[in-house]
Design a protein around this ligand. Structure first.
Ligand SMILES: [Zn+2]
Length: 156
């Protein structure tokens, strides 16, 4: 596992223990090159999920991407990291058990909002406001292109 701080690939496992009621293994790792410490989680992946965007585009479901958006919403909120991981795993498990491997991005957003609303109101509002903004444009690409300045007219 590559060190996220210095990129060294020879990191060491210092400690392994079950986490999230034995659905994951939590490993404490350290990097002999820079002394950095980080944690990884090992989990069962039941099915390969595909996210279907509003415009019909498909991409592989990425747990880390989902986790990142949830952690951003929960930034500086008094929620235990283990509880957050547990919530993320719960969301993934729900998605995996939906019967179809193709999941509309809307469905994921709704499930995340529902889960956040139960754990922390502030995080829920944060996530919902970002999510709703994305809903108003048809797609993330449109959102990004709206941020980009229009091509400048040449000096005349
Ligand atoms: Zn390192």
């Amino acid at each position: 596992m590559r060190c996220p701080f210095c990129g060294n690939t020879e990191t060491q496992v210092k400690d392994s223990r079950p986490a999230e009621d034995h659905v994951a293994i939590r490993r404490r790792r350290s990097c002999p090159a820079c002394g950095g410490r980080f944690t990884t989680y090992e989990r069962v992946q039941l099915r390969d999920l595909v996210v279907v965007k509003k415009n019909g585009r498909r991409e592989d479901f990425d747990r880390d991407k989902l986790a990142r958006s949830i952690r951003i919403a929960l930034q500086k909120r008094p929620i235990e990291p283990d509880r957050i991981e547990q919530m993320i795993s719960g969301i993934v498990r729900r998605l995996e058990s939906m019967g179809d491997t193709d999941i509309p991005s809307d469905t994921i957003g709704e499930i995340v909002m529902e889960a956040l609303s139960r754990i922390d109101t502030v995080a829920y509002v944060r996530f919902a406001s970002v999510y709703k903004n994305f809903q108003e444009v048809t797609d993330f690409e449109d959102f990004v292109s709206e941020l980009r300045p229009q091509s400048q007219p040449q000096d005349s």
